[in-house]
Design a protein around this ligand. Structure first.
Ligand SMILES: Nc1ncnc2c1ncn2[C@@H]1O[C@H](COP(=O)(O)OP(=O)(O)O)[C@@H](O)[C@H]1O
Ligand SMILES: [Mg+2]
Length: 365
């Protein structure tokens, strides 16, 4: 059988180095060659790529050039930074290139995702009511009629740029994180808040959601992270669920913003039997329905990480769906999962390659 090449698309060569190298170390028995490269390293005329290839004998990466690999595992995060902005159109072009297959095609921004899932009978009840923020009046109205709210950048990830807005009798406080640290801004009038909001919207598009009471009995913010992936037969499975707990007084549970991972089993020990049953039941509905629904609405995916909010009244909310999920929440608390996680992209790649061959035979007929 012809050797396949799996290309890791990265923001820079050291990006997710451990994860990618551990996959590459296991690639030989699968007859897969591993390369890694940045989107901007493709020569637009020759279509040759300058990057690195993993040498199984030496067990290390070496500089080289190669043609577009047969499979691509896209691990790039596209934020507002220059390097990722430049890369995005190139990746969009690569996705349309018939000589390569992406393991997963990613998901659109948070607003498109929300509006696409909104009318699905099963998933809709789990979506927090969300508005696209066009005008500061929406924030003021929300504070007045429903209470505190959360503003979320539609292209955001890892808790970056999320803002909580709360009103008290004589002022309005906005809170956000800078890494682990929490920062505040206090406005003495709605007019001042309004001016600040208008400036904010000009920087990047935001969503507005109610501030949900997603803290535990001791007032620590937390969320449940579901990690789902396709197996060697292209079938979806829940690989693990974990809990991320933010620090006291924070409102984000992202690891990047100071959160710590916990094992779901350990965390759920504090729940009553009934709470546990109801939670597990609702989670399994989401686990069964969400991946096929996403693939129906968008394109093929290999894995997703879903952030679930579990509010004080027992209600369950889908806060966020990530097509390039991190693995730290699970590997830190379940090191035995690592082996499976490192092999999964290779096994899925093998599945895709068989599937592509079958497709080829059908077209020839
Ligand atoms: N509506 C909300 N109310 C309260 N907390 C929220 C809300 N939405 C998100 N959070 C908290 O903020 C964190 C990050 O939000 P999320 O939507 O996952 O954005 P990101 O893409 O930045 O991870 C969540 O994990 C949760 O802890
Ligand atoms: Mg998230």
């Amino acid at each position: 059988m012809q050797k396949k090449t799996l290309g890791f698309l990265v923001i820079n060569k050291k990006h997710e180095n451990t994860y990618i190298t551990e996959i590459a170390k296991r690639s030989e028995p699968y007859n897969i060659e591993c390369v890694r490269f940045e989107p901007t390293s493709i020569d637009p005329t020759s279509l040759m790529i300058t990057g690195e290839k993993f040498e199984p004998k030496a067990q290390q990466w070496v500089d080289t050039s190669f043609s577009i690999p047969s499979f691509i595992y896209d691990r790039c995060f596209y934020n507002n930074q220059q390097a990722s902005k430049k890369g995005k159109p190139i990746v969009e072009w690569l996705k349309k290139n018939p000589t390569t297959t992406f393991l997963g095609f990613g998901l659109p921004d948070k607003w498109k995702l929300y509006t696409s899932l909104l009318n699905d009978q099963t998933i809709d009840p789990y979506l927090p009511p969300t508005e696209l923020l066009n005008d500061s009046i929406q924030v003021i109205k929300h504070l007045k009629l429903s209470g505190p709210c959360i503003l979320k950048p539609i292209h955001g990830s890892r808790g970056v740029g999320i803002i909580a807005v709360k009103q008290s009798s004589d002022s309005i406080t906005v809170t956000y994180h800078k890494g682990h640290d929490k920062k505040h801004k206090v406005f003495s009038s709605l007019k001042d808040l309004s001016k600040w909001c208008e400036k904010l919207i000009l920087q990047q598009p935001y969503l507005l959601q109610p501030y949900l009471p997603l803290t535990d009995a001791n007032n620590y913010p937390f969320d449940i992270r579901l990690f789902m992936q396709k197996d060697r037969n292209g079938e979806w499975h829940l690989i693990e669920k974990g809990v991320r707990k933010g620090y006291h007084g924070s409102f984000l549970s992202n690891l990047n913003s100071g959160g710590d991972p916990l094992r779901f089993q350990d965390w759920s020990q504090d729940l009553t039997h009934k709470q546990k049953y109801l939670l597990e039941d609702e989670l399994s509905t989401i686990i069964d329905c969400l991946p096929p629904l996403l693939e129906e609405k968008f394109k093929q995916l290999f894995e997703i990480g879903v952030d679930i909010g579990y509010a004080k009244d027992g209600s369950i909310w889908i806060l966020d769906i990530n097509s390039k999920p991190g693995r730290k929440t699970f590997t830190k608390t379940n090191p035995h999962l690592k082996e499976q996680l490192y092999k999964a992209p290779l096994e899925y790649c093998q599945y895709l390659s068989k599937y592509n061959n079958v497709k080829g035979v059908e077209t020839n007929d």
